[in-house]
Design a protein around this ligand. Structure first.
Ligand code: THU
Length: 127
């Protein structure tokens, strides 16, 4: 299974826009909605560390702010030796909109991992 090439490119561009002066760990994410639109986001840190926003969250905010609700695939790009997996909070945020979406974790070495959102958050909280 391979990520959508356009999404991977967008995730890399977003990675380049990450603001991570504190951790130096950049994250870029790009997703495709069911309507075919793409949205991307990067992690944005803050001197008040708890205000940091993850890359996945930024991409979801961009999507939902345009009134879109469903995505089919998200690519998360990092330059970690093992491609970074979404944190617990991001898993819940991804799950809110598309539990069945594909999640591709990709790094600069070309390592690819593939999951479904629901694989990453079994027995998720739901209302
Ligand atoms: N980060 C993300 O962007 N996504 C995650 O799922 C985990 C962590 C960011 C937050 C912070 O800017 C940096 O990675 C180090 O934790």
């Amino acid at each position: 299974m391979k990520p959508d090439e356009n999404l991977l490119e967008l995730a890399k561009v977003a990675w380049g826009h990450a603001y991570a002066p504190y951790s130096k760990f950049k994250v870029g994410a790009a997703l495709k909605t069911d309507s075919g639109q793409t949205y991307s986001g990067a992690n944005i840190e803050n001197a008040s560390f708890g205000l940091t926003r993850c890359g996945e969250q930024s991409a979801i905010q961009a999507m939902a702010s345009k009134g879109e609700r469903k995505f089919s695939e998200i690519v998360i790009y990092t330059e970690a030796e093992d491609p970074a997996t979404p944190c617990g909070a991001c898993r819940q945020i991804l799950y809110e909109f598309s539990p069945e979406a594909s999640v591709y974790l990709v790094n600069h070495l070309g390592t690819i991992k593939h999951y479904k959102v629901s694989d990453l958050l079994p027995d998720a909280f739901w209302l």
